[in-house]
Design a protein around this ligand. Sequence first.
Ligand SMILES: Cc1cc2nc3c(=O)[nH]c(=O)nc-3n(C[C@H](O)[C@H](O)[C@H](O)COP(=O)(O)O)c2cc1C
Length: 223
Amino acid sequence: MFYQPGAQVSGLPYNPFKSCCVPRPIGWISTVSLAGVHNLAPYSQFQNVTWDPPTVLVVCNGREDGRLKDTARNIVDTGEFVWNMATFELREWVVASSRDLPPEVDEFEAVGIPWLPSRGVKPRRVRGSPVQFECRLIRQMDIPAHTPDAQACILVGEVTGIHIDDAALTPDGRIDIPRLRPLARLGYRDYTDVRHAYELAESTGRVAEAIPHLHENVRPTPR
Ligand SMILES: Cc1cc2nc3c(=O)[nH]c(=O)nc-3n(C[C@H](O)[C@H](O)[C@H](O)COP(=O)(O)O)c2cc1C
């Protein structure tokens, strides 16, 4: 099948778009408002952008009335946020922290999530999350949309502090991903968590014809 978003609908019962770029790591983002109210919410439109300096981005959609979500409001106002690694163990906390609570409500208190202070920024860290990044806003970009709730605010942050729980490391000093089981979002309301990892050697040549059905009958794609 092929369809052109905006001009056509897919014809499928559910919009397939969010199910294509998967899994999306969860940006479990803590912030604090100018009034000092602490906030925590998950954002699966989240990614590592580059590593020197370490940089991440989080994308907050708008609200139907056009207002920014609290996370975006707080990041724009204060220039600070913290990313907390979400894990399978913490999955219920992640979903509970997605409740749309008013900006004057402390979401750590309202949801009952324990926390630790950060070192270089004001937003808290989620206690029990094995890795956290302290971040400072360096860029903001708005992506317009057909409806106000789809309007996207891209917030790019430089990672200025990295906390790693020593217990999250393997004996040879790597982050033990299959043991931590980082949580990630699929399409619809589906989630996954990383339970296995494997190495692939770097290759410089042509790929071997190891997937015979894909090498058979190769014809140009019809236009
Ligand atoms: C796993 C998960 C991922 C989410 N990802 C996003 C996202 O990428 N962008 C977004 O705008 N909302 C996302 N949401 C919804 C927000 O978490 C929700 O709107 C929340 O109330 C925002 O809180 P805030 O206003 O305190 O920032 C997600 C929700 C869940 C449960």
